[in-house]
Design a protein around this ligand. Structure first.
Ligand SMILES: [Ca+2]
Length: 547
């Protein structure tokens, strides 16, 4: 048995199986890493800064690899630079869709644990619960300045706003890019139908005037402990203004904190593109993905690396950049240009294409240039790893399962220094698949009794197109026990219900239409039931159609 203590953070049960085998070696390695981090702090006089850039819907290979740039018809010179000067990850996992992924990376917990497994659309009347302890709160309590700019997509209830979740300053969208179609241009092109009622002839057969979203908020801004404000309108012009404004503000935030020698955590999660067809084709691919990624995300990463270098803080700033889930290959808007390349499937899938994404880290002097990492790492690991870098591990809550593992060794020492070999892949609130090392077992669609044929070896079948049973039955019982440990641990630490409530409260400059959204659109005195009951209802049909 190892003599080291894994610490008070409650990990998933599977971690302890690994810790039992490697705890002593990891403790010794952690001692070496502590010395290295202490030397860095002595050099710079403060803990390292953290910049987290997370964009939408991109599989592994679509950025950062020059040969595959040719395949996709757009160049990613700055991701290529991040890979050349830092690290490229080949096995970086996320949750399979936007809202779950964003909740997971911020809380260090699979989204199913916080009830954030559904993708939010107007009017969601739900969001990230105040009880969750975000990365911003962990780092804020350790003295970091914190900023969130970009696509939040973690709900529309007041407690879910990022400045109520630990960020000092924010400009954010509560929903996603679909809203770039909810305007006169989108309605005129039939890309969305029935939203812009002012443009449409009245339907004499429409009885219910409250059905469907007729107003919403595109973006908001706020400060911790200060006011929340609606920011601009929901026009396409104002939508297109969000990313430039966010980039401007995040660079100003970095400048300000560099000037005052304050450690900072900046999260910039771009919208990247509008779903409106783009007449300005700037890449060979001519795709919304190619044009949006190169002009918004990749170019910003170049600006960011240059700015950190100019400010003289590059060697004390880690930049981690990755996609939030796989490409939107199912029901994409016209011209999006997302595709299956190396892996099968995309957004919402439990296949590798849904969850194995483009990912990079850049930290001059701390990460060996040209590092290519084959170890498994999950976005939840950023939570525990950033906490470690900030000396804030004691701020990680100990009353719940934290799926994140401290991957500081992998970040700083590179390939083969990971501490994770497992992943539980949820789609919605259903456990759809489990991965252990090279092996993967898909749970959904199995017949009772004999295990189904859904076993895969990800080296020999990376696209998961040849499920097999007999060659992999030696892993069957281990997979069953791994799942049993996971499920039993959830009985001790149960998943939380989705946090629901009245949307868009607490907004200082709320329009009348916004105020109307915060209460049910009916006369409460005439209904024989309370609308807040169905708003707060835990949906019994969630997870019923996982196949
Ligand atoms: Ca996404």
């Amino acid at each position: 048995m190892p003599t080291a203590n894994p610490g008070p953070v409650v990990h998933d049960a599977e971690y302890y199986i690994l810790f039992d085998q490697h705890g002593d070696a990891w403790a010794a390695e952690d001692g070496e890493l502590d010395v290295r981090l202490a030397e860095l702090e002595a050099t710079h006089g403060q803990k390292p800064n953290i910049v987290h850039v997370m964009w939408d819907d991109m599989a592994f290979g679509d950025a950062g690899i020059p040969a595959l740039n040719k395949v996709r018809g757009f160049d990613t010179p700055n991701c290529n630079r991040m890979a050349a000067e830092g690290a490229l990850y080949t096995r970086y996992y996320t949750e399979p869709a936007c809202t779950p992924s964003r909740a997971a990376v911020l809380t260090g917990r699979y989204a199913v644990r916080s009830g954030m497994y559904n993708v939010a659309f107007p009017i969601e009347a739900a969001g990230l619960a105040g009880e969750e302890v975000t990365m911003a709160e962990v780092l804020s309590d350790a003295g970091y300045s914190t900023a969130f700019y970009g696509k939040w997509h973690l709900g529309d209830i007041e407690e879910s706003y990022p400045h109520n979740q630990g960020f000092d300053e924010t400009l954010f969208t509560p929903y996603n890019q679909v809203l770039s179609l909810w305007n006169q241009v989108g309605e005129g092109a039939n890309a969305v139908q029935g939203v812009m009622r002012d443009m449409l002839p009245e339907d004499p057969y429409e009885v219910d005037k409250t059905f469907g979203a007729s107003d919403w908020i595109m973006s908001m801004e706020g400060t911790k402990g200060g006011e929340t404000l609606e920011w601009k309108s929901s026009s396409i012009e104002d939508y297109n203004a969000i990313d430039p404004e966010c980039q401007k503000r995040v660079l100003e935030f970095i400048d300000r904190n560099a000037e005052s020698n304050t450690p900072f955590y900046a999260a910039y999660w771009p919208n990247m593109t509008a779903f409106i067809p783009n007449p300005k084709k700037s890449t060979v691919a001519r795709s919304l993905l190619g044009d949006g990624f190169t002009s918004v995300v990749d170019s910003f990463l170049g600006t960011l690396m240059d700015r950190l270098t100019e400010l003289g803080i590059a060697e004390n700033t880690v930049v981690v950049a990755h996609a939030d889930n796989g490409p939107m290959v199912h029901e994409p808007p016209p011209g999006l240009g997302m595709a299956e390349t190396v892996f099968r499937g995309g957004k919402s899938d439990y296949w590798e294409g849904g969850i194995r994404v483009a990912a990079f880290a850049w930290w001059p002097g701390m990460i060996e240039p040209g590092t290519v990492v084959g170890d498994m790492i999950h976005e939840v690991d950023l939570y525990t790893t950033f906490a470690r870098l900030a000396g804030a591990t004691e701020n990680v809550p100990t009353d719940r399962v934290v799926d994140g593992i401290d991957q500081t060794a992998l970040l700083l020492k590179g390939d083969t220094n990971g501490r994770r070999d497992y992943n539980f892949v949820y789609t919605g609130n259903i456990l759809a698949a489990s991965t252990k090392g090279r092996f993967k077992r898909v749970w959904v669609g199995e017949h009772p009794g004999l295990p189904g044929a859904a076993f895969y070896d990800l080296y020999n079948d990376p696209r998961e197109v040849n499920p097999a049973l007999v060659p992999y039955l030696h892993t069957g019982s281990s997979f069953t026990q791994m799942r049993a440990r996971h499920e039993l641990w959830k009985q001790k630490y149960p998943d939380r219900a989705t946090k629901r409530g009245a949307p868009f409260t607490g907004i200082a400059n709320a329009r009348q239409a916004t105020k109307d959204l915060s209460s049910p659109p009916v006369d409460l005195d005439t209904l024989p039931f309370d609308p807040m009951e169905y708003i707060n209802f835990e949906l019994p049909w969630d997870g019923l159609d996982a196949d």
